[in-house]
Design a protein around this ligand. Structure first.
Ligand SMILES: Cc1cc2nc3c(=O)[nH]c(=O)nc-3n(C[C@H](O)[C@H](O)[C@H](O)COP(=O)(O)OP(=O)(O)OC[C@H]3O[C@@H](n4cnc5c(N)ncnc54)[C@H](O)[C@@H]3O)c2cc1C
Ligand code: SF4
Length: 444
């Protein structure tokens, strides 16, 4: 058995009980009484700012009122009407930046209605019963291919199936779910929730998921366009940006997304090796998740180094504070300069930065931190563009997800516009499905 003080990268730093506790649900679910008390705080605002702030436009006051009146099944239906992955979103949405930030009680008292936890209460209630609250419309005879079984693809597939279309979902991985399955922090999605949600969502019928099918090798866009009436691309961002600094090829330098994917898929957390001194480079959710989970695995010292100041970090203040509460050190205005070590990482050299008129530059002053593991979390990239027009580094789309090619839509992280968030991907998948439906049925 190792410990947090064991040098280098090592497995079994903590015992099984400690790991189980560390990776349990970040927020315990509300019980019926707690949900009633939480729902009672809602003013049921007429022009509810919380709903305006929700990318999926869930009627929040309505579902909270339904909980308050003892009808959580109806509340869940209100949520699923707009967001079929409302269960996952209740766990992973940065509500502190979205609905709860806009809540009038947050503005008046600094304590919002707990919208996320109430959403989880309602959606869990229905999913625990295995009830799918929607039925399919009569079959239209139309076939749609969805490429990518993450939140955008699943949301699109469900809406299309509900409208009566036959949907085939292709995914390169052996399991559906996208980053819900392979990316979201383990303590946000416990008890195999992502996989259970996929099964539940598919229980509507009319959706066939084919895993191990990669666009670009097993499939191509011309073939899909020929075989199906419409194609929806939701391939996410599969590539990662490299650090591109001296020494980034040393053992112990890895990308944070792969580390998190391994962590999400392991059946034995104790077997997962982690450094004694871990440094994560980046400022988004991926950086925070890699850092926090390294700490939870038993790393002794974990630092997030971000090149700009705190306010520029894309991880919310809540996520930053969460990392600090787990003992992660946050270092701002520090950019990676070089990685030192003989074959394996021993130290990372960072240069302090300053910003003038938004332009970042190194100050010339450097600092070295001991590190036996360095994770790069500096952004992901599109790997499959199918020759479609791009906007920036993503597939260019209209508001309803139309790409530059007729009959091909795209949404989620791979498509232009919108934040790279689960809830945004769900909204874009849903809206593209509606546009595909209207196009296929000739009403557009
Ligand atoms: C580590 C991490 C943590 C995150 N945490 C949060 C969080 O807490 N809250 C939040 O709101 N958001 C979070 N996000 C962002 C969120 O996960 C994404 O915005 C969301 O998953 C995007 O959904 P998507 O369907 O567009 O893509 P993805 O979820 O990436 O799904 C894309 C799917 O396409 C498949 N695919 C890719 N290429 C091909 C191909 N060529 N052929 C076939 N299939 C292919 C992939 O296997 C994958 O299943 C996080 C992201 C990361 C990386
Ligand atoms: S803003 Fe807050 S109080 Fe008003 S409806 Fe939304 S959750 Fe309720």
């Amino acid at each position: 058995m190792n410990s947090p003080f064991t040098n280098g990268i090592a497995a079994q730093r903590l015992d099984a009980d400690a790991l189980t506790e560390n990776f349990s649900d970040l927020h315990a679910p509300l019980d019926g009484h707690e949900a009633a008390v939480a729902a009672d705080r809602c003013y049921f605002c007429h022009d509810a700012p919380c709903t305006t702030a929700c990318p999926t436009d869930i009627d929040i006051p309505l579902f909270i009122r339904q909980i308050a009146t003892g009808t959580p099944d109806a509340a869940a239906k209100t949520i699923f009407d707009m967001n079929i992955l409302g269960g996952m979103c209740a766990r992973v949405c940065p509500t502190e930046d979205l609905c709860e930030q806009a809540c009038v009680r947050e503005i008046a008292e600094g304590k919002p209605v707990e919208i996320g936890r109430l959403q989880r209460f309602a959606t869990d209630t229905v999913m625990a019963k295995g009830v799918m609250p929607f039925v399919r419309a009569d079959a239209t005879g139309k076939k749609v291919a969805v490429v990518g079984a993450g939140p955008a693809g699943l949301s699109c597939a469900h809406r299309l199936a509900m409208l009566g279309h036959g949907v085939t979902v292709y995914d390169a991985m052996q399991k559906a779910g996208g980053l819900n399955e392979f990316g979201i922090a383990a303590y946000k999605s416990t008890d195999d929730f992502a996989a259970r949600e996929v099964d539940w969502l598919c229980s509507i019928g009319g959706i066939e998921i084919k895993t191990g099918m990669t666009l670009g090798t097993d499939l191509n866009i011309d073939g899909l366009a020929k075989d199906f009436d419409a194609v929806f691309l939701s391939v996410g961002l599969g590539g990662v940006n490299a650090l591109s600094i001296y020494g980034d090829d040393k053992n112990g330098v890895d990308d944070a997304v792969s580390f998190i994917r391994d962590l999400r898929q392991t059946s034995d957390l104790a077997a997962l090796p982690v450094g004694r001194n871990v440094v994560v480079i980046g400022g988004g959710m991926t950086a925070v998740d890699a850092a926090v989970q390294s700490k939870l695995l038993g790393a002794q010292n974990v630092t997030i180094a971000y090149r700009r100041d705190r306010d520029a970090m894309s991880a919310s203040r809540y996520e930053q504070d969460l990392a600090s509460s787990f003992g992660v050190n946050l270092m701002f205005n520090a950019q990676p300069k070089a990685i030192h070590g003989n074959g394996a990482v021993a130290e990372i050299e960072l240069e302090y930065t300053s910003s003038e008129n938004g332009k970042l530059s190194g100050t010339g002053e450097t600092v070295r931190l001991p590190a036996d593991q360095v994770f790069s979390a500096i952004g992901q990239t599109l790997t499959t563009d199918c020759g479609l027009k791009l906007e920036g580094r993503k597939i260019a789309v209209t508001d309803t997800g139309r790409t530059s090619r007729d009959g091909v839509w795209a949404g989620g992280d791979c498509a232009s516009g919108g934040d790279d968030l689960t809830v945004t991907a769900v909204a874009e998948g849903r809206d593209a499905a509606t546009d595909i439906h209207e196009t296929l049925m000739g009403s557009k």
